[in-house]
Design a protein around this ligand. Sequence first.
Ligand code: TXA
Ligand code: MG
Length: 341
Amino acid sequence: MERTPPVIFVDPVQPELDRLEQAADLLRRGRLVAFPTETVYGLGAHALDRAAVRRIFEAKGRPATNPLIVHIATIAEARRLARVWSPAAEALATHFWPGPLTIVVPGADIVPAEVSAGLDTVALRLPGHPVARALLRTAGIPLAAPSANRYTEVSPTTADHVLKSLGTRVDMIIDGGPTNVGIESTVISVTQDYPVILRPGMIGEEELRAILPEVVAFDGATVMESTPRHSPGLAPRHYAPRAKLVLVKASRPEFEARIRERCPKERMGIIAIGNELGAGLEDVPVVLLANEPEAYARHLYGALHELDGYDLETILLEAPPEDDPWRAIWDRLRRASTPQQ
Ligand code: TXA
Ligand code: MG
């Protein structure tokens, strides 16, 4: 029997460098190490080692047609992995890195085809989490790292989520505590005439437009139909819990009425927003999220993981506001609630 992977605890603010040596060594030798970033935990492998990159796809059960994000320690390294590093890429990198932004650029020849799923572009990110940065510096190599979960499952925001999803499929897990942003990075492509947001994230359109006024947001449905491989994070069912997630757009009294109606018949859990639910619903597992987008995003995946621990048929989710700061959250909610085909 394979043994469960060693879990190394490190300080999330001032990571002990000696504790990262073993992980760095495993990575240099082509093994898989899960580590925290400020968004979600990543499943890392040596980005320039084809065999190591293939192990990521095997461990996740992810189709080889989905390209990976390459994490780097410095902007100089990003330039080395790009065939073209445009003024737009430079502007985005200097303003938003280190941070939760992934920049898609034309890829250099040294980037293996496996990383980019055969595309001639590469997605680059310089993460802000001190542990991710220390690991990248210690390993001295770029790290391909998708979210550290099995394909289509909810992304991990704790080391425990990684262990539950990947188990023995990973060689080591670095535990740096819960992640702060909570949902995946914004992905922006600067490979065309104008910059395009391929995946919304907590760095929003407005913020990006302040640096590059010509930024446009891509319409996910169009991408899916025309070029499914262009941005696989836009696959309709993604980030999904095992229980069926049902979004309820209703006033609080209506929401509670809906719960009472379905409750006796279904094993059900609730994700509510803002204030606690009224009396009489004490037997239903409830997670209460903040009515504020940053805090909501930070805890959303944790809420889904938590409720999945109850073996539920259904999760009823009280819909959050729909204005701009909630856009990336809505993107994830829509995908998580798409029924399986
Ligand atoms: O926050 C994050 O980005 C996390 C952490 C670990 O950094 N990573 C992550 O990776 O979410 P993953 O593999 O789950 O999502 C990668 C996304 C894909 O869904 C795709 O949209 C985009 O990055 N992507 C990667 N390479 C691309 C490329 N060459 N062209 C277009 N999109 C690409
Ligand atoms: Mg993912």
